[in-house]
Design a binder for this molecule. Structure first.
Ligand code: SF4
Length: 136
């Protein structure tokens, strides 16, 4: 068995967890990090048990591009990223893009990931239209 130390992404507390995996990488469960500065070996029920989504068959496993007819087609990461970059470039006005581009992050991201998303939005995309899923 292998284990990887990381941060629970369910809420902003940021408890320290170990993801326990079989040798083939299959996720087996979660255990708390006993020395973590925030959680000190304690987790709520979501932290302990809320990982079934990892193996849910409805999870997206490849990037998709929406077609003109509203359907989606699978694509490569290279094409998906180029498609997204071109869309953002065409929406940029040359000045403040607050009315043209909005960014939605996630309450399941870490504080650091949300900080980076806000930096990308404000400094890179020049928009102050930044929000996350907890308000939607
Ligand atoms: S274990 Fe519970 S309290 Fe801790 S970060 Fe996860 S959801 Fe939040």
């Amino acid at each position: 068995m292998k284990r990887m130390e990381t941060t629970c992404g369910y809420c902003g507390c940021g408890c320290g967890i170990y993801v326990n995996m079989a040798d083939d990488g299959t996720m087996l469960g979660i255990t708390p990090s006993y020395n973590h500065v925030v959680s000190k070996g304690k987790l709520c029920s979501k932290g302990w048990h809320g990982f079934a989504f990892v193996r849910d068959s409805r999870r997206l496993s490849n990037p998709l591009i929406k077609q003109e007819d509203g359907t989606f087609r699978e694509t490569s990461w290279e094409e998906a990223l180029e498609f997204a970059a071109n869309g953002l470039k065409s929406a940029m006005t040359g000045g403040d893009n607050t009315d043209a581009i909005g960014v939605i992050s996630s309450a399941r991201c870490t504080n650091e990931e949300n900080f980076l998303m806000a930096k990308l939005a404000r400094a890179g995309l020049k928009t102050s239209s930044v929000d996350h899923c907890a308000r939607l």
